[in-house]
Write a protein that binds this ligand. Structure first.
Ligand SMILES: Cc1cc2nc3c(=O)[nH]c(=O)nc-3n(C[C@H](O)[C@H](O)[C@H](O)COP(=O)(O)OP(=O)(O)OC[C@H]3O[C@@H](n4cnc5c(N)ncnc54)[C@H](O)[C@@H]3O)c2cc1C
Length: 457
């Protein structure tokens, strides 16, 4: 059963609160009370140590400090994948369809991120952002985007002209732009580390190097047994998975429907040489193509003083395919056989081919870059890092744009299908929206499994 909060997909069902017998989770007579000193049995286990997993884990304990919560991650530290390989932008919610959870959570996330960074002394910069039209033909789309930003409640955005662009970004060409003064930058891997520290301070326990291989019912005391690839095991009453690029794989382990599939889309950055970093003051973005889920090649100052140009968007040949050399033939064939993927590729064939050519010949991106900042020359750019985005795709080829939570069955007697909730789509920009996403996931878990919100007498 899936909850898609846009409710655009009629086949989807909102997660409903079911009435369950109120077990006394914390009474002495209940053998299933997992004492905080035990390390391998939990009331709730979170799978996935990215920013969404840690935001959810800390929210669970902030809401009910009596729970015994664990988190497992297959890597040896937090944010090895998307949460540590992104543009580092604190988005202000301009782009997203008004009224969606995605739009609301982004703006709420913007405010909460600044508040959180200030409280925890996390370095960040409110450097602002321009979305720039470089010619008259882009003005209508720019104006539409501005209206959308206003409707979403993006704070203090303004439409500005050529001269104003020059006062904000002296080296940038443009005929008209949207100025978003509250867009900022932060290192999301640092933010994730802070969430992990909050989780530990609230009594949570983290197990790294634990790659979940399967979930089973532990008949002995009606709990769930989580088994790792190395055959280690952990017990838990309830589970939430926040598996990013593997979220479809984890969902299939408990009998959920196959879609939304996760398409791995690699974004490759170029790095602007340090001596030219002064050409970029804040974030500079193009007017996006509304039919694509990518914001286009942008200029992003980083907290370490460097400047990223990009990313592009190419189909990765592996879920964690950070370069053309990272290939899983079986996974790529599996994806290419899916009707939804074929439909998407046919629809965006021209875009896909262009992006692939630019990926193989990065020099071709220079022309696009010089449309905005002509002073950037070939010698000023080098190959930069890459990140792989988990793009959720429905079987009919449409992209899932909002939060999608999934539970395989409503039947409480089937523990594996009923007690494991999967976060299958964490709508980008889910680093910016991570605090609200964590809260919404906990709301849904507490509504679905009311025992979790109980506190001891
Ligand atoms: C190129 C790029 C640029 C982006 N730019 C921005 C931006 O500027 N601003 C913004 O707000 N957002 C941005 N995003 C989006 C944002 O980074 C992601 O949406 C967010 O990091 C997703 O977090 P996550 O926790 O869901 O996924 P991840 O960070 O990928 O975490 C999932 C974790 O689950 C673990 N896992 C998976 N399977 C298992 C298993 N079987 N057992 C145990 N652990 C498992 C993985 O190892 C991983 O650590 C960008 C993304 C990309 C790729």
């Amino acid at each position: 059963m899936i909850s898609n909060f846009t409710s655009t997909k009629m086949k989807l069902v909102q997660i409903t609160t079911i009435k369950m017998k109120n077990f006394k989770l914390f009474s002495n007579s209940n053998k299933r009370l997992y004492s905080k000193c035990k390390t391998n049995s939990y009331d709730v286990l979170v799978v996935g140590g990215g920013i969404v997993g840690f935001a959810t884990a800390r929210a669970l304990l902030s809401r009910n400090k009596h729970l015994h919560v664990g988190l497992v991650e297959k890597e040896n530290r937090p944010s090895v994948h998307q949460s540590g390989h992104n543009s580092g932008v604190i988005h202000a919610g301009i782009y997203y369809k008004p009224g969606t959870m995605r739009a609301k959570m982004c703006i709420e996330g913007l405010y909460k991120t600044y508040e959180y960074c200030a409280k925890n002394n996390i370095p960040h910069k409110k450097c602002g952002k321009l979305i720039v039209a470089t010619n008259e033909s882009q003005i209508k789309s720019l104006n539409d985007l501005y209206e959308r930003g206003l409707e979403n409640g993006t704070p203090d955005i303004k439409l500005i002209n050529r001269n104003d662009i020059k006062t904000i970004e002296p080296y940038c060409n443009g005929v008209r732009a949207i100025h978003s003064p509250h867009t900022g930058i932060v290192d999301w891997a640092v933010v994730t580390k802070h969430y992990a520290a909050d989780f530990i301070n609230l009594g949570g326990q983290i197990t790294y190097n634990f790659k979940v291989k399967s979930f089973e019912e532990y008949k002995h005391n009606r709990a769930l047994r989580i088994i790792s690839e190395k055959n280690k095991e952990i017990l838990a009453d309830y589970i939430i998975t926040c598996g990013g690029l593997q979220s479809d794989e984890l969902s299939l382990m408990t009998g959920c429907q196959p879609d939304p599939y996760i398409l791995p889309i690699r974004g490759e950055y170029l790095l602007l040489g340090k001596e030219k970093a002064h050409l970029v003051k804040g974030n500079i973005y193009p007017v996006p193509d509304p039919s694509l889920p990518f914001l286009g090649v942008h200029f992003t100052p980083r907290m370490d003083g460097s400047v990223f140009l990009g990313p592009n968007a190419v189909l990765a040949l592996k879920q964690e395919g950070y370069s053309w050399g990272d290939v899983s033939v079986s996974n790529t064939i599996r994806l290419l056989k899916l009707e939804g993927v074929q439909k998407l590729m046919t629809k965006h064939m021209k875009f896909g081919i262009n992006e692939t050519i630019k990926s193989l010949f990065p020099a071709l991106q220079l022309k696009e870059i010089q449309n905005y900042i002509p002073d950037i020359k070939q010698n000023d750019i080098n190959k930069g890092p890459t990140g792989v985005r988990a793009q959720p795709l429905w079987a009919d080829g449409t992209m899932a744009e909002d939060l999608v939570l999934d539970i395989a069955s409503n039947d409480p007697s089937d523990l594996v299908k009923h007690r494991i909730m999967h976060c299958r789509s964490a709508p980008s920009p889910s680093a910016t929206s991570s605090l609200p996403i964590g809260e919404v996931i906990v709301d849904k878990m507490f509504a679905k499994y009311p025992r979790l919100s109980l506190i001891p007498n």
